[in-house]
Design a protein around this ligand. Structure first.
Ligand code: FES
Length: 287
């Protein structure tokens, strides 16, 4: 990696001055996208992955295709205009999904996310100006503005890659440990009270174990969203769910499924049995 890029990223991550905008920005955005079905839809509960990266492909595809047509000559001007407009329309849900992800970030992630958002907004502004210029018959100006938008998009896309691949934004936090595939004792049966979650260790894996009406549920204790400790969360005994103490993702204790986001990935779950006075568990393959 070129040194100047590394330096730029480190400076950006450490630029605490950005917090003056980023902190109130995430607070305002969290009021815009509160916990509920809209946030669940935007953060990807229905998809099992964050939605924002997937939607960016749509807008980028339209704008890239428009840019290629710009290079192919004037007979494609109308098509390039349509593609520019479609990119603008598809950028709206893309931006909303990005904002929904950003509200739960802190520190470096929040600062880089802010600059990523500013870059994307500038790119959207350039493409919008490009579309208006084309509509008004100034195609040359529209092409220049489109090229400017593509450059800005490349920069903000680079920051988006940094967020995902270097800072782990949106990465399922449960995927890195080796989970028990064979029956593994984790607790004495008598050490698991009714309706009170217990944190147990199964090899490398933290597991939340919970007993309710004779059933013993066990799911990965590290929240898939950003790593919150689920055993410190709120239990709903009737619904058999746990709510993460960090950003309120709610998981089904029996299945590990996401009931409410912002988490999009389910918690790995474990089947349990009592054997020789011990609670044993092993991972349920495939969910
Ligand atoms: S860490 Fe964000 S909801 Fe659990």
């Amino acid at each position: 990696m070129p040194g100047f890029l590394e330096k730029m990223l480190v400076n950006l991550e450490q630029a605490k001055g950005l917090d003056k905008v980023a902190v109130p920005g995430t607070e305002a955005a969290s009021r815009l996208v509160p916990k509920g079905p809209v946030k669940d839809a935007l953060t990807g509960k229905w998809l099992g992955h964050p939605v924002h990266p997937f939607l960016t492909d749509v807008a980028i595809a339209f704008w890239t295709a428009g840019g290629v047509l710009d290079l192919l000559g004037t007979r494609h001007d109308k098509s390039a205009e349509v593609l520019t407009g479609l990119g603008i329309v598809s950028a709206v849900p893309t931006a909303l999904a990005g904002v929904a992800d950003w509200v739960d970030t802190i520190g470096e992630e929040r600062r880089v996310g802010l600059v990523h958002a500013v870059g994307n907004t500038a790119a959207l502004g350039a493409f919008t100006a490009s579309w208006f210029a084309r509509r008004n018959g100034d195609v040359s100006r529209g092409k220049v503005l489109g090229a400017l938008g593509a450059g800005l998009l490349g920069f903000s896309g680079y920051l988006g890659g940094h967020l995902a691949y270097r800072l782990g934004s949106g990465v399922d936090r449960t995927i890195f440990d080796k989970r028990p595939q064979d029956w593994t004792p984790v607790l004495a049966d008598e050490d698991l009270p009714e309706d009170s979650p217990v944190l147990a260790q199964a090899g490398e894996t933290d597991v939340l174990v919970y007993r309710n009406s004779g059933d013993i549920c066990a799911i990965h204790n590290v929240c898939s969203h950003r790593g919150g400790p689920l055993h410190e969360g709120r239990i709903d005994a009737e619904a058999r769910t746990v709510t993460c103490p960090w950003h309120d993702s709610e998981f089904d204790l029996r299945t590990g499924e996401v009931v409410h986001g912002p988490a999009s990935a389910p918690q790995p779950r474990f089947e349990t049995r009592i054997h020789g006075g011990k609670i044993e568990l092993r991972e349920v393959q495939g969910g």
